[in-house]
Write a new protein. Structure first.
Length: 86
């Protein structure tokens, strides 16, 4: 028997009613490298961090936790128009 008044657990409901603040930083350094056709091209290496932090309380007093993302990568040029991302 289905109870129409029963709601899903708060973490399963879309949105939590709280506002979040986002803060991020990025750093890129380009290096000159040779492609597989022996041309010179730039290979950017990057580090990016992004933080998401709750700026308030959501539905029913729920306070979500924050998140911190850290990304590191390189775009290595195979040719002048094709790059391998890692």
């Amino acid at each position: 028997m289905k109870n129409d008044e029963e709601k899903a657990e708060l973490t399963l409901q879309p949105g939590n009613g709280a506002w979040d603040s986002l803060v991020g930083l990025s750093f890129v350094q380009n290096f000159a490298v040779g492609t597989m056709w022996h041309e010179t091209a730039l290979a950017p290496v990057f580090i990016t961090t992004l933080g998401r932090f709750p700026a308030g309380v959501g539905k029913f007093g729920y306070k979500p936790g924050g998140e911190l993302f850290l990304n590191f990568g390189i775009a290595y040029p195979l040719t002048r128009k094709l790059e391998l991302l890692a």
